[in-house]
Design a protein. Structure first.
Length: 198
């Protein structure tokens, strides 16, 4: 019996090779997977609390990969590694490193020049990195954690509430989140900022 996954709107299906990267062979259902991933993510949050974080460390490809590995490394072999296939969303997989470098350069510029408010900088980063879609899976949760790390560790402000949801379940909160992401795709970042703060 293989891993049977159901995908909600806005989620990226894993290909068979990526499914082979599952470390815990007793996971067969989406519910089991969600549970193990959530436990792993909680460990990652704990790690960020005790890590000595500053802008110089956070705004690097290495740190961005490290966060993903901390979030999913107990569950997936490919955690912390850029995807090697194209998906239904995201840039061509060969462009991930380049696009991520552009994003890192942009956020450094925004911070230095106070181009946007701290909240907008964090959410613009979140939106761009999820659009790049660096990893085979977990990009949404990774991008939200990165936004929280940026707002807290770079700007010294409270993390976002994200409607107190991890957005895994297909419910009204997830629908509102996807709608806000689509608005941001069309150049209107305000609904996503609002969503993050509610």
């Amino acid at each position: 019996m293989g891993l049977e996954l159901q995908y909600n709107e806005g989620q990226t299906p894993l290909d068979e090779e990526e499914k082979e990267g599952l470390k815990i062979k007793t996971i067969f259902t989406q519910g089991d997977l969600d549970e193990f991933e959530q436990l792993n993510i909680e460990k990652a949050i704990e790690w960020t609390i005790h890590a000595n974080l500053n802008a110089e460390r956070i705004l690097t490809e290495k740190f961005i990969k490290d966060v993903h590995k901390k979030m999913y490394g107990d569950v997936w072999k490919w955690a912390g590694h850029f995807r090697l296939t194209d998906k239904n969303i995201g840039v061509n997989w060969t462009q991930i490193g380049i696009e991520l470098k552009n994003l890192i350069d942009d956020i450094k510029y925004w911070i230095k020049n106070k181009t946007f408010s701290p909240e907008e900088i964090a959410i613009r980063f979140k939106h761009r990195i999820v659009s790049i879609h660096c990893f085979p899976n977990g990009n949404g949760r990774h991008s939200r954690m990165m936004a929280d790390i940026i707002i807290e560790s770079i700007f010294g402000k409270e993390i976002f509430s994200w409607h107190k949801s991890n957005m895994v379940k297909a419910d009204e909160t997830r629908k509102a989140y996807i709608k806000a992401l689509r608005e941001a795709d069309n150049g209107n970042i305000i609904p996503l900022i609002k969503f993050a703060k509610e």
